[in-house]
Design a protein around this ligand. Structure first.
Ligand code: IPE
Ligand code: IPE
Ligand code: MG
Length: 260
């Protein structure tokens, strides 16, 4: 099956390693507050955890990792916190990308870049260009990202480029314009920090993703918790609307091959 085929059509077998893991890295502020530290200390620690998780995913053969770093709603936070988060993001672009490149990681940013300053946009483009041909793992950082924005920007671009398609628009028309179009849809979604909500993350792409919520705060997230999430994922039977009996009979694959 081509990697980009919609995972809502072709069902991955139970027990496999997820190809694509998407994470809402939540709980930095509470981690810091519990230690009587300023919230920004939690963000600093959280940024370090990203490196650790990237290594763990690579070691496990996960091909795509998508991390929610800053939502389109996070601009509502106090200006000092927003500017520290931007500083950390810039630090990652300046300091980490070369290391990722050496490790064969393809780096990219998904989100509305129009609110970032020119220097930042340049850094993002440079990082994406430098690592574009890498194949070990694709790390997508969602920054100023919102799931609703993603769908709207896809519709807008499609309307501009293919006005003839608008009246009969279907999923396959829209899919190439959405963020992460070149990746399989996430198999496993993890949210740390105890909240059980999607907070405007990948609304379209998470349609049939398996969810895993943990109370572990992001700064404490490690390979052990990742493995718990993966183990939980590997026990689940994904059905995409079909019955267990159909799956056991191998019918899903046959029907998908027939385009049904
Ligand atoms: C997640 O941690 C990081 C961002 C949203 C940028 P939070 O800052 O939301 O941490 P809590 O939820 O307040 O603990
Ligand atoms: C979601 O976290 C966004 C990121 C982790 C970047 P929030 O902590 O901002 O989510 P809500 O607003 O509490 O749902
Ligand atoms: Mg939060």
């Amino acid at each position: 099956m081509p990697e980009t085929e919609s995972s809502t059509r072709v069902i991955p077998a139970t027990g496999l390693m997820p190809r694509h893991v998407a994470i809402i890295m939540d709980g930095n502020g509470r981690w810091a507050q519990k230690r009587l530290l300023p919230r920004v200390a939690g963000h600093r620690r959280g940024a370090e955890v990203v490196r650790r998780v990237l290594v763990a995913c690579r070691e496990r053969g996960i091909r795509h990792l998508t991390l929610f770093a800053f939502s389109s709603e996070n601009w509502r936070r106090p200006p000092a916190e927003v500017s520290l988060l931007m500083k950390l993001f810039r630090g990652m672009l300046e300091g980490e990308v070369a290391r990722m490149h050496e490790a064969g990681i393809r780096f990219r940013v998904i989100g509305d870049l129009s609110r970032f300053d020119e220097g930042m946009v340049q850094l993002i483009h440079n990082a994406e260009q430098l690592t574009a041909a890498n194949t070990v793992l694709t790390l997508s950082i969602a920054a100023n990202y919102g799931g609703r924005w993603d769908i709207l920007q896809a519709v807008r671009r499609l309307a501009q480029e293919r006005p003839d398609r608008i009246a009969t628009l279907d999923e396959t028309d829209l899919a190439p314009y959405l963020a992460l179009a070149d990746a399989p849809e996430p198999d496993l979604f993890i949210r740390t920090g105890g909240e059980q909500r999607v907070s405007n993350f990948l609304l379209w792409q998470l349609a049939y993703t398996e969810y895993f919520f943990t109370d572990v705060l992001w700064p404490e997230f490690d390979a052990r918790t990742l493995d718990l999430a993966i183990a939980s994922y590997q026990q689940r039977e994904r059905r995409f609307g079909r019955t267990s009996e159909q799956l056991r009979a191998g019918e899903a694959t046959r029907r998908d091959a027939a385009g049904q």
